[in-house]
Write a protein that binds this ligand. Structure first.
Ligand code: BDP
Length: 693
């Protein structure tokens, strides 16, 4: 048991459950002419045969009582049922208990084969988690159009911020030799509704756009196509110079536009359903249109024109921050992009990270959400845990994703949630999207640890429905991945839901952020002050001094808080109303400031660090008691990871307290043990060759 099967394990259910489901899943009747439906039928055959320990045959026509009938609106048998398919769009589906030729059956119907495939995975999930399927009536339509993974995978198979081994794309062997993993990757993604994948790192190499690499990408596209997954590429802005022989990459130069148009034509000739380009421009040293005094809109629109005749899109990232403007990094994306609202072509979508800094354990939602009503914005979450303990710490990101999506921007009054910006309903956009930076690699468990699979899973489910419940999703995942026994699921889901607050507590409590050590972003380095750019240094973010700690982003400071809609700005900008979880994000606060608990800030800070450490100890103790529900291999595996996390939570707590105490100059609150070592010890620790850099 190494976790390779993810949540698609299909191990036999308990005998009583098998007996309940068997009469409802006697056979699969599916037309053979659609490749996605053939895959759906094969998956149902594999899944149900495993779960019910019975051969559930798949064939073209036989309708027996208890059959599962698959098909699209074009099929005669489906049409005869008169189902309301017209509002399902291309990807939605219905699952219903019906009668076909007088016999009880379950139908999975959609307007496309891929819709049927999604429905098949949903039905399997119900059986896997023990939900009844005898009187079923489900209608599901994705609320978000583009549900994408972003692979930060390099052509040499290293993965930027990847902690699950090398890239799964074996570029060297492609296109002639393919790995069966590619199919399992597609299955797993289809099972959670992911419909696109950006194959290469946003810090892109122009080589990805050369003929040999287009042929390799085309091979992957062929494999993924029947699973409803399109491929996209990150485009390097300066490619016309690097591989095109031009002297410039100026977006307003006709030769540059012509080069990209020809490049797009070449890609579409090989990949007719190519999705489009993702672009990181003028950010962290990447080239971009600003190198030629052009705006992000000029750049995005030129590329958009190249892919437009083919139906392609451009996802233009708003993750920008410049050297020249180190005043407050948190302000910069808004300052640069807000004035461009309404200036992007209609096949451009601006991709915005969940928060204004960079994938921290907790960030307030990005102020661009709700602030660019004329521009479709897509969400960028990070599934790989760059700043949350890599793959070694157990942190369920469903809770983080849900918190951001549920945040209220107040852009159009109360109820203007980030989820409604993302699903297009707030501002009436049809083009919508959500991207997750993948945590996938060649490790047997795919994601570097068993529980990191849950983050991939939760991302997909929330991209399908940004208002779905992270807790429900965790329960589905835990049930499918380990055991559906309520005595297991309840404590595990509780542990998962609390795990996010735990990491916030032991790394960056009360709104602190970006305190990680240089390069690897893994362990604590709040003292780091020697990096080339001020806004790469943790001291820039916490601003601890003899009086207090925190980044003043109110009017007396950078006033970044004013980028939010007035009701939000008022709440966050006032030290009396800001939620404590965001306190030090927005305020520089005196060490003796009185907190809601009655403790002074210093004591509260230490208490939060202690709480984080205690929570990990509790997770460890809890997981130990769950051995009866999990196979020995995966139970022991998780146990080992939790031991590392416990040690490292302590490290974070001790190092942070040792350092901040040099400013606060106060005793630790009663009951809080002193750090195990002195500050110099923590400062001296070095971690060369950490993964993912
Ligand atoms: C930061 C990462 C860096 C990425 C960058 C980005 O540290 O490796 O290239 O974001 O998103 O989180 O472009």
């Amino acid at each position: 048991e190494d976790g390779y099967d993810l949540w698609l394990r299909y191990r036999p259910l308990a005998d009583s459950a098998q007996a309940r489901y068997r009469p409802l899943a006697t056979a699969i009747a599916a037309p053979q002419d659609d490749p996605s439906i053939r895959i759906a039928a094969a998956e149902l055959h594999r899944g149900l045969s495993g779960l019910l320990r019975a051969d559930v045959p798949a064939s073209a026509d036989a309708i027996a009582p208890g059959a599962i009938l698959l098909g699209t609106s074009g099929d005669r048998r489906i049409a005869a049922l008169g189902l309301p398919l017209s509002t399902l769009g291309r990807e939605g589906y219905l699952i219903r208990s019906v009668r076909v030729d007088g016999k009880p059956a379950t139908v999975i119907a959609a307007n496309s084969g891929v819709g049927v495939l999604y429905g098949a995975f949903h039905l399997l999930r119900l059986v896997q988690t023990g939900d009844p399927i005898d009187r079923i009536d489900i209608r599901s339509v994705p609320k978000v159009e583009l549900r994408l993974l972003n692979h930060w995978d390099n052509l040499d198979r290293s993965v930027e911020r990847g902690y699950a081994g090398q890239s799964i794309w074996d570029w060297w062997k492609l296109p002639d030799i393919t790995n069966p993993r590619y199919v399992d990757y597609a299955r797993a993604n289809a099972s959670i509704g992911i419909n696109g994948t950006v194959l290469n790192n946003v810090n892109a190499k122009a080589d990805s756009l050369t003929a040999p690499y287009i042929a390799k990408a085309a091979k992957l596209a062929d494999i993924f196509r029947p699973y409803g997954i399109r491929v996209y590429l990150s485009a390097r802005w300066s490619a016309p110079i690097e591989i095109g022989g031009l002297k410039t990459a100026d977006p307003l130069d006709p030769a540059v536009a012509a080069w990209w148009k020809a490049k797009a034509d070449e890609i579409y000739a090989a990949i007719p359903d190519f999705g489009g380009f993702l672009v990181k421009a003028n950010s962290e040293g990447q080239p971009g249109p600003q190198d030629y005094q052009r705006s992000h809109a000029d750049g995005a629109n030129m590329l958009a024109a190249a892919v437009k005749p083919h139906g392609g899109i451009v996802m233009w990232r708003a993750f920008v921050y410049a050297h020249e403007n180190p005043d407050d990094r948190a302000r910069q994306a808004y300052d640069e992009f807000k004035p461009l609202d309404g200036r992007f072509a209609d096949n451009v979508i601006v991709q915005v990270k969940n928060g204004a800094i960079d994938f921290q354990p907790r960030e307030p939602f990005h102020p661009l959400f709700g602030a660019m009503p004329k521009t479709p914005l897509m969400m960028e979450f990070q599934i790989t845990k760059e700043y949350l303990g890599f793959a070694t710490h157990l942190v369920y990101l469903g809770a983080l994703f849900e918190e951001t999506l549920a945040s209220d921007t107040f852009a159009k009054g109360k109820g203007s949630t980030v989820a409604r910006v993302i699903d297009g309903s707030l501002e009436g956009h049809a083009r919508t999207g959500m991207a997750g930076v993948a945590n996938i690699g060649v490790d047997r468990d795919w994601t570097g640890s068993q529980f990191d699979q849950a983050n991939w899973y939760a991302f997909g489910r929330l991209a399908w429905d940004p208002e779905a419940s992270a807790r429900r999703i965790a329960a589905d995942w835990a049930g499918m991945t380990f055991s559906t026994d309520p005595a297991f699921v309840a404590p595990v889901v509780d542990m998962m839901m609390r795990s996010r607050e735990a990491v916030v507590d032991y790394m960056t409590p009360l709104g602190l952020h970006h305190l990680m050590a240089t390069g690897h972003h893994y362990g604590p380095g709040p003292w780091v002050d020697d990096l080339e750019r001020p806004d790469w240094n943790p001291v820039y973010y916490h601003r601890a001094d003899a009086q207090g700690i925190g980044f003043d982003r109110t009017k007396t400071g950078s006033n970044a808080v004013a980028q939010y809609a007035p009701p939000v700005a008022r709440q966050l900008g006032d030290i009396r109303t800001v939620p404590e979880r965001d306190l030090l994000w927005f305020h520089h606060v005196r060490w003796d400031h009185r907190m809601a608990s009655g403790r002074i800030l210093w004591d509260e800070l230490v208490t939060r660090y202690d709480r984080g450490v205690a929570e990990v100890a509790a997770m460890r103790a809890r997981w130990a008691t769950l051995a009866p529900y999990v196979d020995a291999d995966r139970h022991a595996d998780v146990m080992r990871f939790l031991a590392v996390q416990a040690r490292e939570a302590q490290w974070w707590r001790d190092a942070s307290i040792a350092y901040f105490a040099t400013f606060a100059r106060r005793p630790l609150p009663a009951g809080s043990p002193p750090p195990a070592h002195d500050l110099d010890y923590y400062k001296a620790l070095r971690f060369p060759y950490a993964p993912g850099n």
